[in-house]
Design a protein around this ligand. Structure first.
Ligand SMILES: [Zn+2]
Length: 487
């Protein structure tokens, strides 16, 4: 990061960041009508009088959207408001046919949370405050590149349910913002409330960033940066915008509050339309929707369906004597852990299973695009392979070869090992034969070895392995040679 350089314009300034994350909830239908939320349908196909804002059409709240919003609130440990109010957020934009967005303002569905982002700074874990999480509907999409001299509007997205999670301005670096976003996304995926696909817009991040001299308590004037389509894009945008603001302050100027768009190609922020203050939205309660009341029964029903979250899973894995690295990797997404545990149930060695799952298996999934549920990788097959390895039937290099073949073969690991001649030879006579041959072919080494030059054992084992075309069990060859030396 640029702040490492001592002659940098950012020296002496502290970055202050708050993030607003829009999460598209994984419902089949929209927030206030029955239209499909499918991504990629032909333009304006998923629309009806409600989401087209035709006169007289009335919204009806989607119960599943509320359930998923509660899942977010309870999963992250936010405090849930038993009564929340939908409000109209008024503004004009071509992709907003109603002229307002249904959102929540004074009384959101959840408030007051905290998120441990897994970083230790100055000896303490970094915990970022969460201001609120509210429900709202998405707007449509303006498409600028379809026609040469006109903008097209697609209202398929109009009315799709979102939860917006707003943090406190607690982050102090691009790295912290990145860690916050990655932690947030990981938990959202565990909660199974959104597919969190940034490219399809189901996770969108707006960043509020300001600069102030170190030691100053009051916040500097913030700018809002939009249009970042990856977490690393957010980190780069924050660094660039912070740098721009520091430059303005150093030159004796003042930062103007504004909305900026991130240009990843030019690596700079540029002004968007001028920022409306929140009073300009003229929020008022949505007269077409009653207040949203959450009952005890609903809360406990949702609470009962919450999954184990990554932090709890890591604790459980640490208790299996797995390293922190292994526990992190196994909990990186919601699916790896269950796969690991299914293999572990069949093959009790946690460390060995973790090594394979985090090593060969993950690498193969990355290369082939297969998933943890792919048939060739069912837990029983990996467990079978690990048993062969543990029993010394195959060597670890042979196990890797067999693993690669599991993907394209329906045979068992043992059948593949036998067909490919990868079963280690452990028969004493065969091994003794190879050892004799090697000693006979290398008389000088044989004599020195017999005279007590123990370090030659490595060379001799290597020669036996070569002679056996890799099939000899090296452990047994070692023992055999040791007994010859002693004799
Ligand atoms: Zn509709």
């Amino acid at each position: 990061m640029s702040s490492d350089k001592t002659d940098d314009v950012t020296t002496g300034f502290e970055m202050v960041v708050g993030l607003e994350v829009h999460v598209q909830l994984k419902t089949a239908s929209k927030a206030f009508c029955g239209c499909s939320t499918d991504f990629g349908a032909p333009p304006n196909r998923n629309t009806c009088p409600v989401c087209l804002a035709l006169p007289g059409a009335l919204p009806v709240l989607n119960a599943r959207a509320v359930e998923l919003a509660l899942r977010v609130a309870l999963g992250f440990g936010f405090s849930v408001n038993r009564l929340s109010i939908f409000a109209r957020k008024n503004y004009f934009y071509p992709d907003l046919p109603k002229g307002y967005q249904i959102s929540q303002h004074d009384q959101p569905i959840a408030e007051h949370g905290a998120l441990d982002i897994g970083l230790i700074v100055n000896g303490a874990p970094r915990v970022i405050g969460i201001t609120r999480a509210h429900m709202e509907e998405d707007a449509g999409k303006s498409i600028h590149d379809r026609y040469e001299s006109a903008t097209a509007v697609d209202l398929n997205r109009s009315g799709v349910p979102l939860v917006e999670i707003v943090s406190e301005p607690d982050m102090r670096s691009p790295e912290e913002a990145g860690a916050y976003l990655r932690t947030l996304k990981q938990i959202l995926l565990y909660l199974d409330v959104s597919d969190c696909n940034m490219e399809e817009g189901s996770l969108r991040v707006d960043a509020n960033v300001s600069a102030r001299p170190f030691g100053q308590q009051t916040l500097g004037t913030k700018c809002e940066v939009k249009n970042m389509n990856s977490f690393s894009g957010v980190e780069k945008a924050l660094a660039a915008e912070f740098r721009r603001q520091c430059g303005v302050l150093l030159a004796g100027g003042t930062v103007q509050q504004q909305t900026l768009l991130w240009d990843g190609h030019k690596n700079e922020t540029r002004p968007a339309r001028s920022k409306e203050g929140s009073s300009d939205y003229r929020y008022f309660p949505e007269p077409d929707l009653p207040p949203l009341i959450i009952t005890d029964a609903e809360l406990s029903r949702v609470r009962e369906t919450l999954p184990e979250l990554p932090a709890a899973r890591r604790v459980r894995y640490a208790a299996m004597q797995l390293s922190e690295y292994d526990a992190q990797e196994l909990t990186a997404d919601p699916h790896t852990g269950p796969y690991f545990e299914a293999v572990l149930a069949l093959h009790g060695d946690a460390k060995s299973v973790a090594n394979w799952v985090n090593g060969e298996v993950r690498a193969t999934l990355n290369e082939t695009g297969a998933t943890w549920k792919s048939a060739p990788l069912v837990p029983a097959r990996l467990a079978g392979l690990l048993e062969l390895l543990k029993d010394g039937v195959v060597s670890s290099s042979a196990a890797k070869k067999i693993f690669a073949m599991l993907l394209t073969s329906a045979e068992s690991p043992r059948a593949i090992a036998e067909r490919e001649g990868l079963v280690q030879v452990r028969d004493d006579n065969a091994l003794a034969g190879w050892v004799d041959e090697v000693l006979a072919e290398n008389p000088a080494e044989a004599t020195r070895f017999a005279a007590g030059e123990k370090k030659l054992v490595g060379l001799l084992v290597g020669l036996v392995m070569k002679k056996s075309q890799g099939r000899a069990d090296p452990k047994l060859v070692n023992q055999l040679l040791a007994s010859r030396a002693a004799g």
